[in-house]
Design a protein around this ligand. Sequence first.
Ligand SMILES: *Cc1c(COP(=O)(O)O)cnc(C)c1O
Length: 457
Amino acid sequence: MAKIPHRLYLTEDQMPKQWYNLRADMKEQPDPLIHPGTLAPLPEDALYPIFCEKLAHQEVDGKTRYFDVPEQVQDMYKMYRPSPLCRAYNLEKALDTPAKIYYKFEGNNTSGSHKLNSAIAQAYYAKEQGLKGLTTETGAGQWGTALSEACSYYGLDLKVYMVKVSYEQKPYRKAVMQTFGASVTPSPSDTTEAGRAILAHDPLTTGSLGCAISEAVEAATTTEGYRYVLGSVLNQVLLHQSIIGLESKQAMEILGEYPDIVIGCAGGGSNLGGLIAPFMQDKLLGKADPRILAVEPASCPSFTRGRYAYDFCDTGHVTPLARMYTLGNGFIPASNHAGGLRYHGMSPILSKLYHDGYMEATAVKQTDVFDAAVQFAKLETILPAPESSHAIRAAIDEALKCKESGEAKTILFGLTGTGYFDMAAYEAYLAGTMQNHVPSDEELQGGFDTLPPQPAE
Ligand SMILES: *Cc1c(COP(=O)(O)O)cnc(C)c1O
């Protein structure tokens, strides 16, 4: 058989024309979003003031197995997809492992991450509904960048609330968003009630994703012709990101391969949920039994040390409650945590699958993550995002276990993006000043104390 290529690209014709909705094959559904006051499940139309109608529908629809990718979304996908499935030959050799290591690389677009896959879909549906603009939050900046590209393409206004510490530390991210025509406000700001309340409570706060979400939701619901969009966590986002897994599975089939282990980093769960979707389908239907591994930072350990509980998706308590693994909406990771994946909660779909034993999770320290990032960059010539490097760390560890046991396992991991805007973190790592922070049980308790009252079982 011919040698497997370093990079396999599907042809445009082979690209998936439908997204796959993992919920359709789950034995038990994830719990629905509920109203924080009445604790009653929210019907689809209760979401219309926040989300566009088609997206609200995708959010609540647990039955439809496949959704057509609209033709205009396919057209924009073709400007940067299909993304390559890569074989990490150099890394395998350096590790001296019998394992075969594959990765799906999603960094080949200006946002530098997989986030564009959902940004395009969300902007498209907003335009189709005749909206004027969108609001959102961004932390590290990849989501804001992706959405500004998509809004510019479809001709929509965009207001981005950017976590203040990132706004100050990553001025070029802001400039990229502005280049695409977005307006960018550091959060918390005095432009919303939620922002003013957070500032009154703590004037020196450097912000968090949770508080930027509060501001963006408020701005959407109080501005005519605007809706709010989110780049992770939600069911609709995992649906759009299934393109990653569908392309990966198809490319592996062409190579005659199937993964024994699928690994992804987990912040809010969107790349992981997308990558694993068709493999988890096989598992749910009893067709195959790959291991599925989520990798999170030890300083923000939602899966491995969080509670499975109803929680607000934001700090300012303007969103519905979602049942998920969470550290509590008031949890803010230590300020020396540079590796991304800072969100307090986790996708309800992945939370349910984890709770029911279909997947595993592990937490890794950031210096170990950057060890892996630098090793990978030198061998594979891609400078990985710190977020993605969590998955690299775990893939290397699994490959080293194969070396011990002599098993030639096939490993697939998601390389979600590039790290060019994270060079301050790389510098700290190279200078030896990067620190690890693993929160104590007492620190975590502070976050759990912010969980809202739970509905009776
Ligand atoms: C946003 C982001 C992540 C984490 O988000 P998920 O929703 O958990 O996928 C991971 N990698 C990169 C490069 C990102 O931009």
